[in-house]
Write a protein that binds this ligand. Structure first.
Ligand code: ARG
Length: 458
């Protein structure tokens, strides 16, 4: 039975009922719905709006319902209109008229706004944990490969030497920002909308702060009833954070896919995290990384869905807003699944440092260091840059590298060059010298691993 019988002479058409119903997807918020109702019922009793005994009976029975659903003793009725209707119906089935008093001073509009907030606040903890695990795994690898020289790229062209540890720490920074974004988000989200009613608050002497307190929202309550029921910024922000996580994961995935190719061969994924081809026996494919890259599109789509649903909606509640949940849940499930698969894939990947070094030895990635050598000898950088450019042209001509070019050739271009130039352009030396804060030197990597772990609280 819907909650809104009375003025209606006919039952809802069954197809329309299915169309209107949200229980297939909002049933997953049953815990939050019940917790919100318990807090509300207790407050009604404390404020003398309903009998204290009745309020206690309601709270206790709601607890029983929660237990029964958790234990599989009570199946959620998928023909109910939504999870709120189902819980209230079950309550009334169990305790009769007392159950009908639960909805005093409340509407499903403030109730659903609360439920989704509580649900996301619970899920945020899992997400934060998964991000933490990923960052931890990356710091572990960065610590192992703190001095493994590899080419750093711009425009996907070999640019300057860096360390693999440094490269991994770049992703740690991104995922830590995502982590921080969640922390900021939860501060803004822990604000209870209960008491906003359908749209215009309530005439009952309710205590909104105590409900908020009971629900772990630190006594914070929304300041405008219209906004309280129609705000979905918290869901949009949540989807935005999920989308940014997917941007980061997809960039990382793209690199992993490249690194696995024979053209790079910087890493080898564990067999448990790769797949084969049905026709080409030699193939070992980075499907997981590709899927993560692909699923980013899906999460961005979910964000786009909710932006479009909310765009242009007049105040206050409109049924359009029921469309928020599927988008949010899909993105949430997707990101959780991606993080759960991605982290062990990285953790178990073999790093082929020799290949990285070989790639670093080509492409003149120490040319900037050769120019810097001249700058340290007093030449203005622009002149040093030009002289080194001439050396590179010479090397290309003679099929040599800066390491194998004879000192006479150096001197012919600029007499400031001495034998010690070879040390200055040695790849290990090039990264070792980059000790500036945020730099790729092994020393910096080890320091930043420590900092990162401290930020993680580990
Ligand atoms: N299932 C609804 C939703 O998710 C609950 C709120 C219903 N409110 C209403 N006025 N019909 O948005």
């Amino acid at each position: 039975m819907p909650l809104w019988t009375g003025r209606f002479k006919k039952q809802l058409d069954s197809q329309t009922n299915d169309f209107n119903s949200s229980i297939p997807f909002d049933s997953r918020m049953y815990t939050q719905d019940i917790k919100g109702s318990v807090a509300h019922a207790k407050m009604l009793g404390n404020q003398g709006i309903i009998d204290r005994e009745e309020s206690e009976l309601i709270a206790k029975t709601l607890g029983d319902i929660l237990y029964d659903i958790d234990e599989g003793n009570l199946e959620i009725d998928m023909t109910a209109e939504d999870i709120h209707t189902f819980v209230e119906g079950e309550l009334t089935k169990r305790i009769g008229d007392s159950g009908k008093r639960l909805h005093t001073a409340r509407s499903r509009n403030d109730q659903v706004a609360l439920d989704l907030k509580l649900y996301l606040l619970d899920q945020y903890k899992e997400l934060a944990g998964l991000l933490g695990e990923l960052v931890w795994t990356l710091t572990k690898k960065a610590n192992t490969y703190y001095d493994a020289v590899m080419p750093g790229y711009t425009h996907l062209q070999r640019a300057q030497p860096i360390t693999f540890g440094h490269h991994l720490l770049a992703y740690c920074e991104m995922f830590m920002r995502d982590f921080d974004r969640f922390c900021d988000w939860q501060k803004r989200t822990k604000v209870s909308p209960l008491g906003s009613g359908a749209l215009a608050g309530t005439t009952y002497p309710i205590d909104r702060h105590s409900v908020s307190e009971q629900l772990g929202m630190d006594g914070n309550v929304t300041a405008n009833s219209l906004d309280g029921v129609s705000d979905r910024d918290y869901a949009l922000e949540f989807l935005s954070i999920l989308s940014i996580i997917m941007v980061h994961l997809s960039r990382f995935s793209e690199e992993i896919i490249m690194w696995c190719s024979w053209e790079f061969k910087f890493i080898e994924l564990d067999d448990a995290f790769s797949t084969g081809s049905s026709i080409m026996p030699q193939k070992k494919n980075p499907d997981i990384a590709e899927l993560v890259r692909g699923k980013s599109g899906r999460v961005f789509g979910d964000l786009q869905t909710l932006l479009t649903v909310m765009k242009g909606l007049p105040l206050a509640y409109n049924k359009d807003m029921q469309e928020d949940k599927e988008a949010v849940f899909d993105a949430l499930d997707t990101v959780i699944m991606c993080l759960k698969t991605f982290t062990p894939m990285i953790d178990t990947a073999e790093v082929l440092t020799e290949n990285m070094r070989k790639a670093a030895a080509k492409g003149f990635i120490n040319a900037t260091d050769a120019a810097d050598y001249l700058v340290y000898k007093g030449l203005p950088f622009r002149d040093a840059y030009k002289a080194t450019g001439q050396l590179v042209a010479l090397c290309i001509d003679k099929d040599l590298t800066l390491e194998t070019l004879p000192i006479e050739e150096y001197k012919a271009v600029c007499e400031l060059f001495e034998e010690d130039v070879y040390k200055a352009i040695d790849l290990d030396e090039c990264v070792r010298k980059r000790t500036v804060k945020g730099g790729p030197s092994p020393e910096c990597v080890l320091r930043e691993v420590k900092n990162m772990r401290q930020r993680l609280g580990l």
